[in-house]
Design a protein around this ligand. Structure first.
Ligand code: ZN
Ligand code: ZN
Length: 267
């Protein structure tokens, strides 16, 4: 199984996953040509994709979805409420490319088993995805205001998890460019996960067996890759977990492809 966060952050999201001959994207939240470029960087012609899974209708997740679907004839997968909410934002999508998913209802996309699960976020019906390739699984959960027990149960035991580490609450509160309403939205239960909440969640995931962790959807103004990593590493070290030895920890960069992660079955 291959996984590559092409882009992750409030300025655009697109995550690549491959198992066997099946290749897909989770979200297409950059201009189509940017996603084409990033895919070229990992040697994947966009026309060889099998589909795009959409998490929710915010523009940093769907910006290039319509263009890519039409240009390469790629099916788009989203919940019914998300389809409704993104109508008019992504242009007209041919009927044969429209696929509807439902939280809790797994399905096959080629050789990949896909499990959508609800996340608490201020969108119509947002989901995260757990992707199965044989006995391996990759889960992505960004844009969530809280790491709920339900989300934990859905992704616990994943081989790799990309989890949101959006902001440092103090940097956010002190940011003069954000008004009080926006700050409250981000800090709320249906907003975005802070570095501290992410670190706490990672400890639970590690206890559940996850060994590959990627911090994602970092804020450009209210966080830095160094700070996000430090908060998670400090939490791990406090529990006697050695990053880089016991577990692999990476940070998905906002504006450049994050390298390709190959997972191998062990044991
Ligand atoms: Zn987002
Ligand atoms: Zn969002």
């Amino acid at each position: 199984m291959y996984f590559c966060p092409l882009y992750s952050g409030s300025s655009g999201n697109a995550l690549f996953c491959q198992y066997g001959n099946t290749r897909l994207l989770i979200d297409a939240g950059k201009a189509g040509r940017c996603i084409d470029e990033a895919l070229a960087g990992i040697g994947v012609p966009p026309g060889t994709l099998d589909g795009i899974l959409i998490t929710h209708e915010h523009s940093d997740h769907i910006h290039g979805a319509g263009v890519m679907a039409r240009k390469y004839h790629l099916p788009l997968y989203a919940t019914q409420e998300t389809w409704r909410a993104m109508a008019g934002k992504i242009g007209k999508i041919p009927g044969d490319l429209i696929r509807t998913v439902q939280s809790g209802k797994g399905f096959w996309l080629g050789e990949i088993g896909v499990e959508p699960f609800s996340i608490p976020h201020d969108a119509a019906d947002p989901v995260g995805y757990r992707l199965w390739g044989g006995t391996l699984s990759v889960s992505t959960a960004t844009d969530l205001g809280a790491f709920t027990q339900d989300v934990f149960e859905r992704i616990s035991g994943s081989t790799l998890v990309l989890l949101e580490s959006n902001h440092d609450p103090d940097m956010l509160r002190a940011n003069p460019n954000y008004n009080a309403q926006l700050k409250a939205r981000i800090l709320g239960d249906r907003g975005h996960l802070s570095n501290e909440s992410c670190a706490g969640a990672l400890l639970r995931l590690i206890a559940g067996g996850t060994r590959h962790l990627i911090l994602g959807h970092l804020s450009g103004e209210n966080n830095t890759p160094v700070l996000a990593r430090r908060v998670s590493e400090t939490a791990m070290l406090r529990e006697g977990i050695r990053p880089g030895e016991d577990v692999q920890l990476a940070v998905a960069l906002r504006d450049q492809p994050g390298g390709i992660y190959m997972l191998k079955v062990t044991g």
